[in-house]
Design a protein around this ligand. Structure first.
Ligand SMILES: [Zn+2]
Length: 303
């Protein structure tokens, strides 16, 4: 779950993008009618986003705006995915071979406005899902895209497959001296640190996953879990569920397979090591960064 490192000594403003209602109307009540979706494709104001199979979008030269085009070919219900409506403007995505300025959501997510970020996140998630879900998990037959691309259906055995999202927990762990645990995952860039995260396993609650994953990675015992918010993380199909937790112990014993470094940070130490480049933090668009900044400005639950 790596992310681009940004070195800064300046706390960023807290904006809870994901707490608001979505502006993208996924039109759940209408999208099962292929003719209705098809008519939107030919609407004058229709907007089409193109993405490569590596998840790269066409953008402006600066890479801070998505490049939308008018749909210009005949509608194909097996290729053209209807994302939804924004103020009655239909948005579609198609996978294509592209050239020119190309960027992934990971590279440009923090530069996009809220609407573009949501459209790009949905487009990345849904195209990624189709790429790996072409065959029925029940009988192995080739499946068909239906509901404007929000479902795949098997003509052989009748099984419907919905887009799948894997849950992961991400946790800001604070000790009794108000220090934050920051760690470096195996394979991350040399100076990058972040809060700990891990996948939820089958049959587990988010809370159980927090205790188990954090125990495995750091050997810490936790109490007083507080849910903070969530963030879709379509690399390839996760959602990050963010918590704060209080550590009742402070001796860290890391799992070497997953973590190469972990330590407790005061705000002063964080500022100093950011300033001299000893550490770098995750991208400003990430929930990891939001958890860190929430602690940094003293707005975490135990302040
Ligand atoms: Zn089947």
């Amino acid at each position: 779950m790596g992310n681009v490192s940004v070195v800064t000594s300046r706390p960023v403003a807290l904006t809870n993008t994901w707490a608001e209602a979505s502006r993208l109307d996924r039109a759940d009540l209408h999208r099962d009618r292929t003719e209705w979706v098809k008519a939107l494709w030919y609407a004058d104001e229709a907007q089409l986003l193109k993405i490569t199979e590596e998840g790269r979008f066409t953008t402006n030269e600066a890479g801070d705006r998505l490049k939308f085009v008018r749909p210009f070919v005949e509608y194909d219900d097996q290729r053209h995915i209807f994302l939804g409506l924004v103020d009655d403007v239909p948005y579609f995505v198609v996978e294509a071979v592209l050239d020119g300025a190309l960027h992934t959501l990971r590279e440009m997510g923090h530069l996009l406005d809220d609407l573009e970020l949501e459209v790009a996140t949905t487009a990345t998630a849904i195209t990624g899902w189709h790429r790996t879900s072409r065959y029925c998990a029940n009988c192995g037959a080739r499946t068909q895209m239906v509901r404007g691309g929000f479902l795949r259906s098997c003509g052989n055995c009748g099984t419907d497959t919905f887009p799948r999202t894997d849950s992961a927990v991400i946790v800001g762990i604070v000790d009794d001296r108000d220090r934050l645990l920051l760690a470096r995952g195996a394979g991350w860039t040399e100076n990058r640190v972040s809060v700990l995260a891990g996948f939820v396993e089958a049959g587990e609650s988010f809370e159980h996953a927090v205790h188990r994953e954090m125990g495995e990675e750091s050997d810490l015992e936790l109490e007083d879990l507080r849910y903070m918010g969530s963030q879709p993380w379509p690399y390839p199909r996760s959602i990050m569920v963010g918590f704060f937790a209080r550590a009742t112990t402070t001796d860290i014993s890391i799992d070497d397979d997953e973590i190469t470094y972990a330590d407790w940070f005061t705000r002063e130490r964080l500022d100093k090591e950011l300033a001299d480049g000893t550490i770098g933090l995750p991208n400003q668009a990430s929930i990891a960064r939001r958890l860190i900044e929430t602690w940094r400005v003293g707005e975490h639950p135990y302040a």
